[in-house]
Design a protein around this ligand. Structure first.
Ligand code: SF4
Length: 454
């Protein structure tokens, strides 16, 4: 049961009688022990931030301070993926931490497994400076085709492993089949799927033997909670849960209930959820819904790049910390091998703004220096309105990055949206020529060819 803020306070230095000498010392970054206790109760700080909690109090607080959704990590020989550790229902309350892993299903009975997996494994697309890829593969036994035979399943797992180093989910209802597949993955941590009301004992024994997380499935939450409790009795702790619904309405209702209950510290459901969007009538919508609310792993039917790209972009947007814009490092960037006479373009360090400008200029083939100013990750207009992108900051960046040493002609181009800064910038940089460029990045190549061509 979760402790209240007051109960937590009594276990902290400030709540002891007599108070600990370090009570309210602020070393945790919070002004008082009481405020720290309230934040700890709301899962907004880590207990480790206070160095003065006694061992006895730590033990009492461990349960209360543990994340409401257990962190589960799957490991392959080349990468790993984490799910869980989430602490809120809506990302604006804090942030969402671990992006749901996108896995591509491989049926053990299908042809050309290695070739198909290699295609998906090689997928890589750059999005505002980040490389998007698939996260792993789910190898599924098929009773009808005979691949529930342990040897055939193991062969399929080996074929998948020969083409990718990403983490795997092994899917079968027979523990012997799963064990044969897992034997082909020494030293790895796959997810074993899945335990249900009929096979949970054998699956639990296998998960314990392999020290691997176990997916637990049931079509109602009571059974799901009952199963995780029974499996905990076997000494297991790492679960992923599947409320087994392929209908959109039922899925979102169950996933939301699970998240709500987990955040209220209902430990039996405090685990990441796996969505088999691949089994839904409309896979794309089911996968998008699961990414938005609240899956930890999403399994897709096959590798379809156009679907995958949309889902990866959606995931990135949802899992970007709303309080921390994606940023690039301020500095002077070279585009198309600029020469000393090339112009100096100016923009902010908001990642999307940077890439919009850089991509347009790069695509034009025209050489330029791109000066990225620290505007706390805001776009040009937002930063200007917030006072984070003004003539003083721009002049400071020009001097700080020693731009003058790179050019023979001291000429800078301001974004058109902040034309109003040109007079002030002239005053800050009297020996520089200040030009006002277009408002939109898409118009930069035309501007550079005409207005800057003199
Ligand atoms: S670190 Fe924070 S919680 Fe710990 S004693 Fe100091 S003020 Fe209190």
């Amino acid at each position: 049961m979760a402790l209240t803020g007051i109960e937590i306070f009594k276990l902290l230095p400030g709540g002891q009688r007599p108070p600990h000498p370090k009570a309210n010392c602020k070393e945790c970054g919070i002004p008082t022990c009481m405020a720290f206790a309230m934040k700890l109760a709301a899962k907004q700080v880590e207990l480790a931030a206070c160095p003065y909690v006694s061992e006895e109090s730590k033990t009492k607080l461990a349960e209360s301070s543990a994340p409401p959704i257990r962190l589960i990590t799957l490991k392959g020989p080349g990468s790993s993926i984490k799910a869980g550790n989430e602490v809120c229902l809506f990302r604006h309350e804090k942030t969402f931490y671990n992006k749901p892993g996108l896995f591509v299903r491989v049926k053990a009975s299908q042809a050309n497994i290695a070739a198909e997996v290699a295609k998906a494994d090689a997928y890589k697309v750059n999005y505002v400076g980040m490389d998007f890829t698939v996260d792993g593969f789910a190898v599924e036994a098929d009773t009808l085709s005979g691949t529930s035979d342990p040897t055939k399943f193991a062969d399929a797992v080996k074929a998948v492993r020969s083409a990718t180093k990403r983490p795997l989910i092994l899917v079968a209802k027979d523990a012997k089949v799963l064990e044969a597949g897992a034997a082909a993955l020494p030293g790895e941590t796959p997810l074993l799927y899945g335990a249900d009301s009929a096979n949970w004992e054998a699956m639990g024994d296998l998960a314990k033997k392999l020290n691997a997380p176990l997916a637990v499935c049931a079509d109602n939450l009571d059974t799901l909670a009952d199963l995780t409790d029974k499996l905990k009795g076997k000494g297991l702790e790492d679960f992923v849960i599947d409320p087994s619904s392929t209908k959109l309405g039922a899925s979102i209702a169950k996933y939301t209930q699970i998240r709500r209950l987990a955040l209220k510290n209902f430990r039996a459901l405090g685990f990441p959820v796996i969505s088999f969007a691949c089994n839904a009538a409309d896979e794309g919508i089911a996968a998008a819904q699961a990414i938005a609310k609240y899956a930890g792993f999403v399994v897709l039917d096959k590798f379809v790049p156009e679907l995958l790209y949309g889902l990866l972009v959606l995931r990135e947007n949802i899992y970007t910390d709303p309080q921390k814009p994606i940023q690039v490092t301020p500095g002077i960037y070279e585009i198309n091998n600029p020469k000393p006479e090339s112009p100096v373009l100016i923009t902010t360090n908001f990642s999307i703004t940077y890439f919009a400008v850089a991509n347009e200029v790069e695509g034009s083939g025209l050489p330029a220096w791109l000066l990225v100013c620290d505007a706390e990750g805001m776009s040009v207009l937002t930063a200007w309105a917030a006072g984070k992108f003004d003539s003083e900051r721009i002049a400071k960046a020009i001097k700080g990055f020693n731009v003058a040493s790179k050019v023979s002609r001291k000429r800078v181009v301001l974004p058109g949206h902040v034309a109003v800064l040109s007079g002030e910038l002239e005053a800050e940089l009297p020996d520089w020529e200040i030009r006002v460029g277009p408002r939109e990045a898409v118009d930069l190549p035309g501007y550079m060819k005409t207005a800057l061509n003199n």
